[in-house]
Structure formats: structure tokens, C-alpha cells
Design a protein. Structure first.
Length: 243
């Protein structure tokens, strides 16, 4: 009974740490959040709680490997409690774990949108007329004399960047990743615990088809692959605690 109690305690610690990390993740990426320098304490709590959740998961896996299956199956109440905690751990903890994996991979270069996706810039048609170059007649007496003495053509005060000249549009892709991640981890962990791992292929197919049109940019592809793999690995690892 002591081993079951320790296992439930580790799962409870993991759920609590994951919940704190998820709360700080939502607060950090909220569109109404404070200035970037004020987000650093929240990110520190997010990453530290994610590490605590990872350690709890590793310890639970090790303890589950040493515990006989008959011991947990002998007490139905402990089996139900372990199943609920495992599903909660897989669903909640995978979000901060995926965020940490993406942070380490992209090093914070992605711009987060207000709907949980990332902002990418696409070149489009020219959005506005470019200002005409400044001529010597509009530059003042001193500058006209200086240019005349040097016998060079005047340059415009500020030349537009190539992106400004072509026109740009910013769109948000991979929206709703937090909600989709919660649903996919719940489905994967439930399928593995129920002994039906073939359902994982269905989840992968549904997500791939739904996101296919948003994966034109390389940044979106990288984020999709890393986030999906991190979410799947976390859900499967949590489900293995009861297998």
C-alpha cells in the first residue's frame, strides 16, 4: 500500500506543478500582459514548475516499473484515483512541456499572437505609395550648395526597406494550439490506458489534415512538428504509468 500511496503522491505533485506552470503560461502569453521585462518572473516560474513536473513523471515511471500490476489492481479505489490523476497529468502537463521544448528549439524568436498562434509575415502587393525622393530644391540653401560642390545626386532621407517597398501582411497561424493540445493529449492518454493505441493514428491524421493549409512557412512547420512530438511523447509517457 505504501508504493501505491507514493505513486499517487507523485502524480498529485505533477498535476499541481503542471497546473501552476499552465496558469503562468496563460498569463505570460496573454494579450493584456505587462511589459516584457515584467514577464521574466512568470517565465521563471513556468520553467521551474515544468522541470518539477518532468521529475515527478520520471519518478512515477520508475516507481510504476517496480510495482507489481496486481498491487494496484487489487484496490479499485486506488486504480480509479491513479487513472484520473494520470489523465489530468497527461492533459495539463503536456502544455508547459511543449512550451519549454519550443522555447529551447526556437530560442524565443517566434512572435506569439493573441489567439495562441504565431505571427508570420508574408510579402504581398504594394500597400501604399512610396514617398518621392527628396530633391535639392526641397533641401534648403546650405544643402543645395553642398551637393552642387560635390557634384553628386542627393539621396533620399530614408530609403524604404525591401519588405516595405513590396508591401507586407502579418497573419497568425496555428491558432488554438492550447485547446487542440489538451484534446489530443486526453485522447492519446485515454487510448493507451484503455489498451487501444491504434487511436493515436486517428488523432495524428485529424491534426495533420486540419493544419495542412497553415504549414507553408518554415517557422510554422518547425513549431508544428516540435509541439506535436512533445505533446505526444508526454501523453504516452504519462499513460505508461498505468500500463
Amino acid at each position: 500500500m505504501t508504493i501505491i500511496t507514493a505513486l499517487l503522491g507523485l502524480l498529485g505533485i505533477g498535476v499541481a506543478a503542471s497546473s501552476i506552470a499552465l496558469a503562468f503560461d496563460i498569463r505570460t502569453h496573454s494579450p493584456h500582459a505587462d511589459a516584457p521585462h515584467a514577464k521574466r518572473p512568470g517565465r521563471a516560474v513556468l520553467y521551474s514548475m515544468t522541470v518539477v513536473a518532468c521529475c515527478a513523471l520520471v519518478a512515477a515511471l520508475a516507481l510504476s516499473a517496480l510495482m507489481p500490476r496486481s498491487e494496484i489492481d487489487a484496490t479499485p479505489l486506488a486504480r480509479v484515483a491513479a487513472t484520473l490523476l494520470t489523465l489530468a497529468f497527461a492533459t495539463i502537463g503536456g502544455g508547459p512541456f511543449a512550451v519549454l521544448a519550443l522555447r529551447l528549439a526556437t530560442r524565443g524568436t517566434s512572435r506569439t499572437g493573441v489567439h495562441g498562434g504565431i505571427l508570420i509575415t508574408t510579402n504581398g502587393q504594394q500597400s501604399a505609395e512610396l514617398p518621392p525622393p527628396e530633391t535639392p530644391a526641397r533641401s534648403g540653401i546650405f544643402r543645395r550648395r553642398l551637393l552642387a560642390n560635390r557634384r553628386v545626386d542627393p539621396k533620399p532621407a530614408s530609403s524604404p526597406l525591401p519588405e516595405q517597398a513590396l508591401g507586407t501582411s502579418t497573419v497568425e497561424v496555428l491558432r488554438g494550439g492550447t485547446t487542440i493540445g489538451v484534446l489530443e493529449r486526453l485522447a492519446i492518454a485515454g487510448a493507451v490506458i484503455a489498451g487501444f493505441p491504434e487511436a493515436i493514428a486517428v488523432v495524428i491524421a485529424i491534426k495533420g489534415v486540419g493544419r495542412f493549409s497553415e504549414l507553408a512557412a518554415s517557422e510554422a512547420k518547425e513549431r508544428f512538428i516540435i509541439g506535436t512530438l512533445a505533446s505526444f511523447v508526454w501523453a504516452c509517457a504519462c499513460a505508461l504509468v498505468l500500463r
